[in-house]
Write a protein that binds this ligand. Sequence first.
Ligand SMILES: [Zn+2]
Length: 118
Amino acid sequence: MHFSGRTTENRQHYLGFSSDLQRRYGQHRSGWGANETRKTIAEGLTLTVAQTWKGTPALERRLKEWSRDGRRGFYRICPLCPRQDDLPPDLTRALGSPSMRVYCNGDRGSVARAREPR
Ligand SMILES: [Zn+2]
């Protein structure tokens, strides 16, 4: 998830795992998600689902470890941020192509799925 600005802790992204994106996104947006998104909402910022991948909690952990290592953050894998494709090859393989690209429709937060890449 991409935030509309930086939090007081200088963060602009959140990565999570869910088997039900719409439900979890609703929880995050209403302030009942993770601590990090709750604080983000409280600071008046907006959450946008920028990208999803098919994967497992193990992949989520690997990505979080990668982002913490060297304090990279997630902007390099966020399509809403200027990108630098410097993911290590094993992570690039694990992610594959995005399972879908998700666009946020304003404050109502409806999620529209684009066609899967062929
Ligand atoms: Zn971003």
